[in-house]
Write a protein that binds this ligand. Structure first.
Ligand code: ZN
Length: 355
């Protein structure tokens, strides 16, 4: 079938909207007409750090849309279902069978292999690669599987739901699942972009306190306060550790780092209380050899099972306590380069492309 997709051919972009051919679904796949897709920092990272030897690539991993066709082995989805697309997993390794798809032994190839797990590709011309996170949602259509397509209620606009598949799930899941932050515990969130703000909203929901947002952008610090941070620190003014200790009277029980900045992480670790835990979300692995039981853990997708956690986030949103719609700014697909530029300079927290 004919599709249109934003194709990355050059480091730094621009991405170009190109007509392509895509195969129909295999037996275990669904064809999804993409309604909207969030843009995440991981997409922008691939644009900015692309190697010139890499094949042209279709990015996008926060897709939402409508199932147009389901392969004959697909049981849980049918034509017409509304779905939010999330990270991919193999569905058959021992972790997937135990209900821990975020630990899938084929996680890397399923999400970053840029082909199906059987090694095939649905796209032609064949030099164009896709299947990013098992979806490549910067396109009018995508192929997904029952592992990463989550059926959602039809009453809500799909363009609103797109960011749940990665950023919101990771930010909220880190607090609720990975760290299991409970009532009255103190937490600091370093970097209050989309993922960090999701962590802050989740911290408020679980009754944590103080909840401290740390960022270098005034507008984000203010938004962090509105969304649940009891305190906010402007990191440009320095003295982060001493300001945290003056807020809590000691250190913090938990932190979430979304910055990936080693200097910030060093400060964050220094602020941890004994037996405190820090979550690293920028792809690092953690360490448990810190003094007095302190540790850091590397987190993938907030240890969330998409089929469980995304409907849960939708219920929280509908009840008004997870107002992530405040972060969204909409763009047309052809505005993708502007959307990425706005995200880079902080003018958009969660850009969402509407196809
Ligand atoms: Zn697996």
């Amino acid at each position: 079938m004919k599709i249109r997709a934003a194709v990355l051919r050059k480091r730094g972009g621009p991405l170009k909207i190109e007509p392509l051919e895509m195969e129909g679904p295999q037996e275990a796949e669904v064809l999804v007409r993409i309604t909207a897709s969030g843009i995440c920092h991981t997409d922008i990272g691939f644009v900015d750090y692309r190697d010139e030897a890499d094949d042209p690539l279709i990015l996008g991993h926060e897709g939402a849309g409508v199932v147009e066709q389901a392969g004959k082995k697909v049981k849980s989805l049918k034509r017409g279902d509304h779905v939010v697309l999330s990270y991919q997993s193999c569905g058959s390794c021992r972790y997937c069978r135990k209900g821990r798809p975020f630990d899938c032994s084929r996680f890397f190839e399923a999400n970053f292999g840029m082909e199906r797990l059987d090694g095939s590709s649905a796209y032609s011309p064949s030099e164009v690669k896709g299947h990013f996170f098992g979806q490549s949602s910067f396109a009018t259509h995508a192929l997904a599987t029952e592992q990463n397509a989550v059926k959602v209620p039809k009453g809500l606009p799909l363009e609103m739901l797109a960011p749940l598949g990665c950023g919101m799930q990771t930010g909220a899941g880190t607090v609720m699942n990975s760290l299991a932050v409970s009532e009255g515990k103190s937490i600091a969130v370093f970097g209050t972009g989309a993922v960090g703000l999701a962590s802050i909203m989740a911290s408020r929901i679980v009754g944590a306190g103080p909840v401290i947002g740390v960022d270098i952008r005034r507008s984000r610090i203010d938004l962090a306060r509105e969304l649940g941070a009891t305190h906010a620190i402007d990191a440009r003014r320095g003295r982060i550790a001493s300001r945290i200790s003056s807020i809590t009277g000691s250190g913090i029980d938990f932190f979430v780092d979304t910055t990936g900045d080693p200097e910030i992480q060093g400060i964050a670790v220094q602020c941890l209380n004994p037996n405190g835990t820090g979550a690293l979300l920028a792809g690092e692995s953690g360490t448990d050899d810190l003094p007095e039981g302190r540790r850091t853990i590397g987190i993938i997708q907030g240890d969330a099972v998409p089929q469980v956690f995304i409907p849960y986030l939708i219920r929280l949103y509908k009840s008004g306590i997870f107002p992530y719609d405040r972060l969204i700014k909409f763009y047309e697909l052809k505005g993708i380069n502007r959307a990425m530029a706005d995200s880079r300079r902080g003018a958009a927290i969660k850009p969402v492309l509407v196809m």
